[in-house]
Design a protein around this ligand. Structure first.
Ligand code: UTP
Length: 290
């Protein structure tokens, strides 16, 4: 069965980015003039996804508004003959079949994904984290996972190599077998290990493809010490029943949930932005000279 559906969890509190996330969802933080979540949706669409479910909280209605039509704004732009801008904003609302559901409490990633069970309706599906921008202009990053799913019919975790100093920030995979150059069969996932306990240096990043059986496993996960239902224990129980693969994703990653990741994205995309790239380069050169 084709992977047609994707869930984007975007209901987290974003505490690493307070105080701005008190009222602005981190998924709406602008990379120059586009919110983070648009990059994620574009990666899904370029990867062949047709239906997208975004999980939001009631305080994140700005995400819903962004993907809705905006008749008043369109009318205003029409009166000013700004037709290019009308096209630009309509294109966002037409990008895909985007639906929304509210996670009433931020009870963790596993709980957020569980909200998409009916939407998925027993099909294989993708997950893209709402704060992880991954860019590959030639081969969309979710598609890299979907291609492996199509060959194996097994769940696929998108991973990237991280340095020892970062393994304690991620779910790190244990490797059972090296299948292809960038594809491993996964033996286990250890959440935020110390360097001493790390099973490898491959960290799970914000792209996954799952068989629908993952929902049965999430439903059995107990709440952890922080009061959340995590995804990692569900992946480990899935692993005891089916093969799970990982794909080393080729592409540049920006973790927008972190301040440094965000600013790196703004600079890189600014250096590539037709309107500002020349002046930005000059500016960066000038501060580099100080
Ligand atoms: P994170 O753990 O990075 O998000 O979850 P967070 O909890 O919002 O961030 P911090 O650690 O407090 O700064 C990854 C993705 O899962 C979503 C987040 O919105 C983010 O896009 N998420 C997380 C949910 O949708 N619901 C949750 O309960 C938790």
């Amino acid at each position: 069965m084709k992977v047609r559906k994707a869930i984007i969890p975007a209901a987290g509190l974003g505490t690493r980015f307070l105080p701005i996330t008190k009222s602005v969802p981190k998924e709406m933080l602008p990379i120059i003039d586009k919110p983070t979540i648009q990059f994620i949706v574009e990666d899904a669409v370029k990867s062949g996804i047709e239906d997208i479910l975004i999980i939001i909280s009631s305080s994140k209605s700005s995400i819903l508004n962004y993907f809705d039509y905006s008749f008043q704004l369109e009318e205003n732009l029409k009166n000013k003959s700004k037709f290019k801008d009308i096209y630009k904003i309509k294109e966002i609302a037409d990008i895909a079949n985007v639906q929304f559901i509210i996670q009433k409490k931020p009870l963790g990633l596993g709980d957020a994904i569980m909200m998409g069970k009916n939407f998925v309706n027993n099909e294989p599906f993708a997950i893209l984290l709402g704060d992880d921008i991954l860019i590959n202009d030639h081969n969309p990053t979710l598609k890299q996972c979907i291609d492996i799913y199509n060959r194996t019919k097994s769940s696929v975790l998108g991973v990237q190599y991280v340095n020892d100093s970062d393994v304690n920030k991620y779910g790190i995979i244990g490797i059972k077998k090296n299948i292809l150059n960038s594809v491993f069969e996964v033996s286990s996932v250890i959440e935020k290990p110390s360097i001493k306990d790390k099973p490898s240096n491959y960290a799970i990043i914000g792209r996954y493809v799952f068989n629908p059986e993952i929902f049965d496993e999430i439903s059995k996960v107990n709440v952890d010490s922080t009061g959340e239902i995590q995804l990692t224990p569900a992946i480990n129980s899935l692993l005891s029943k089916q093969k799970v693969y990982s794909k080393n994703i080729e592409g540049k990653r920006y973790d927008i949930g972190s301040k440094l990741g965000f600013i790196k994205a703004v600079i890189d995309f600014g250096m590539d932005h037709d309107e500002i790239k020349h002046e930005l380069k000059e500016y960066l050169k000038s501060i580099n000279d100080i």
